[in-house]
Ligand binder design. Structure first.
Ligand code: NDP
Length: 326
């Protein structure tokens, strides 16, 4: 038996409950993992509350991230006792997931837990933090350098935004954090933001082109925010778009692209190839300040995850949430 959240959708409606499940409830897979820690991401919030069409199979255990120890393996790369991390691949969407004490997975989805991190720290990073790293890597690959000017980070108090601030600041970039919670400015500055702007400056419909300000952008908000970020990115600058916390639309024009030569990078963590994941986790081990990560993290238990998921979607959770599943 193992304890897990389980989502059901039937005549009684859509609901998430804490349950004791038999091992027969585990899905197919060649590696069984004893979960130590999981976490809550925006997508987990959508799954647990049913506010977005994330879960496509019922009953299903939510949770797109885990850190834990291999219990049994029929996969050539993994053996009992190995410490592993899982992010995405449809786990917690179509394959029962990680907000549980046990998970059964495809061994091809796992990456080794970096020696630099405890299981709890890996989940304080989670998909949100690993996606922030993918965004930073995209800006770097584009050639954006600290001397090029300010980097805008939107959704600053969220998981992606807060980790992006920490990473960019440690790499020497000047970070401007856009937030709807100006009262959190001291926290954002402690993470490394050089300045704060009110997200209202970006969230209203704007002009096709605005004054050039950003050398690069990490955007987890989408909609008008992403359009305005593109319109105010400097000539030949780059925008890494990974989220839709403000909306999935993109009401932009071609102007920033054809008159300023800016580049818009789409960032996906879910199906990212294993080599890019390993690189991102190695970079996180090198470029993330662990003390700041801890200050950005709240700890909860499995049962609490149901309520916290709803608060996360309301934009009321700061930084990252780790879930002690045991
Ligand atoms: P969080 O809920 O932790 O953070 C989202 C933040 O966005 C909030 O904290 C808030 O920051 C801001 N925000 C919330 N609502 C609005 C709104 N209506 N308008 C403008 N800003 C808003 O989520 P995550 O950081 O986990 O994820 C952020 C986004 O990135 C989500 O859309 C998620 O689906 C996406 N994502 C995509 C991935 C990918 O692979 N492409 C992977 C991971 C996440 P503040 O209060 O500071 O304004």
């Amino acid at each position: 038996m193992y304890r897990a959240l389980q989502i059901n959708k039937d005549d009684a409606g859509y609901r998430t409950e804490l349950k004791d499940l038999d091992d027969s409830a585990l899905p197919e897979g060649d590696v069984t993992v004893q979960v130590a820690w999981s976490t809550l991401n925006y997508k987990d919030g959508l799954a647990i509350t049913g506010k977005g069409p994330v879960v496509r199979k019922f009953p299903l255990t939510p949770g797109i991230d885990l850190a834990g120890t291999v219990l049994e393996s029929n996969h050539p790369c993994w053996k009992a006792g190995d410490k592993v991390v899982l992010n995405g691949w449809g786990v917690g969407e179509t394959h029962s997931g990680c907000l549980a004490q046990k998970a059964r997975l495809n061994g091809n989805w796992l990456v080794p837990l970096p020696a630099a991190f405890s299981e709890r720290q890996a989940m304080a990073i989670g998909t949100a933090g690993y996606t922030a790293m993918l965004c930073v890597m995209a800006l770097e690959k584009h050639g954006v350098k600290p001397s090029d000017g300010e980097i805008l980070v939107t959704g600053a108090n969220g998981g992606v935004g807060s980790v992006a601030i920490m990473l960019l600041a440690k790499l020497g970039y000047t970070v401007i954090a856009s937030t709807g919670r100006p009262e959190e400015a001291p926290h954002l500055k402690a993470l490394g933001a050089a300045g704060i702007i009110d997200r209202k400056e970006l969230s209203e419909p704007g002009k096709p082109l605005g004054k050039e300000r950003w050398a690069g952008v990490v955007d987890s908000v989408g909609s008008n925010t992403l359009a305005n970020a593109c319109a105010t990115t400097k000539y030949a600058g780059a925008v890494a778009a990974c989220g839709l916390a403000g909306g999935a639309d993109f009401p932009s024009t071609v102007m920033p692209f054809i008159l300023r030569g800016i580049t818009l990078y789409g960032i996906d963590s879910v199906m990212a190839p294993i080599e890019r994941r390993v690189e991102a986790w190695q970079r996180l081990a090198r470029d993330l300040d662990i003390a700041k990560l801890e200050a950005n993290t709240t700890e909860i238990g499995l049962q609490e995850a149901i309520d916290v998921a709803a608060r996360l979607l309301e934009g009321k959770v700061r930084g990252r949430v780790v879930v002690d599943v045991n």
